[in-house]
Write a new protein. Structure first.
Length: 236
């Protein structure tokens, strides 16, 4: 029923999900990936994720044999009902309730639920996401307690024993860079720098030392700060 040797990774093509993919490929014998199109402004990430998958297969032969099917889910309805800076062309700001307007209500809950439905059909037990409570924007669906509660709900509702893994939950962004280096060495760092996409503005443009992006949106600022902290720690 639930194959403990297999995993399904929520894979957007960004830095965090690429690191999670590498982590899964080190942990499990068979790994599949799933992406969601919710009409996000940075839709370019869906193109870049295919480039990253290709690079992983090319540059890491020890992982290529473990990397299985890729799934794609059209979740446009989430974009239709969401009025956020990730689904509308509006400036990034904080709301009166203290949450950033980049928060897409229900996004991670739906992602894991749809992933579990795929895993149920595929006989996969382990579901992996890049949620983080250490360096995060205050999104309530990135909190550890949320993920733990969701695991219980999915197992009760689907009569399975899924395990939801969040390997970045207690890492800051500099530690995420360090984990990527530990997992895949310079080749994985280069893949992340050259091909992943994290920028909310969907800007590729010239590559910065920390990767591509506008350099000013919340995602770019976090990625840049983490990269600089990681490099500084490595030189200390």
């Amino acid at each position: 029923m639930n194959d403990a040797r297999s995993a399904l990774v929520l894979f957007s093509g960004g830095q965090d999900s690429t690191t999670c993919l590498a982590w899964a490929l080190e942990q499990f014998a068979h790994v599949e990936t799933v992406a969601f199109d919710y009409r996000q402004r940075h839709l370019i990430e869906l193109d870049q994720r295919l480039v990253v998958l290709s690079e992983v297969r090319r540059r890491f032969p020890q992982w290529a044999s473990r990397l299985g099917e890729d799934h794609f889910i059209d979740m446009g309805v989430l974009g239709q009902i969401s009025d956020t800076s990730l689904t509308r062309n509006v400036a990034f700001t904080m709301e009166k309730d203290g949450l950033p307007n980049s928060f897409v209500p229900g996004r991670n809950l739906l992602f894991f639920t749809f992933a579990a439905a795929i895993a149920w059909r595929r006989g996969i037990r382990n579901l992996i996401g890049g949620m983080c409570e250490t360096d995060f924007s205050g999104y309530p669906d990135c909190r550890d307690n949320t993920i733990k509660a969701l695991q219980v709900t999915l197992n009760l509702g689907m009569d399975r024993s899924f395990v939801l893994h969040t390997p970045l939950m207690w890492l800051d962004k500099s530690e995420t860079w360090a984990l990527a280096e530990t997992l895949g060495g310079p080749a994985l760092i280069e893949t992340i720098l050259d091909h992943t996409h994290t920028c909310y503005e969907a800007e590729r443009g010239p590559r910065h030392p920390w990767g591509n992006g506008c350099g000013t949106c919340p995602a770019c600022a976090l990625r840049k700060r983490g990269f600089e902290m990681w490099r500084k720690a490595g030189k200390a």
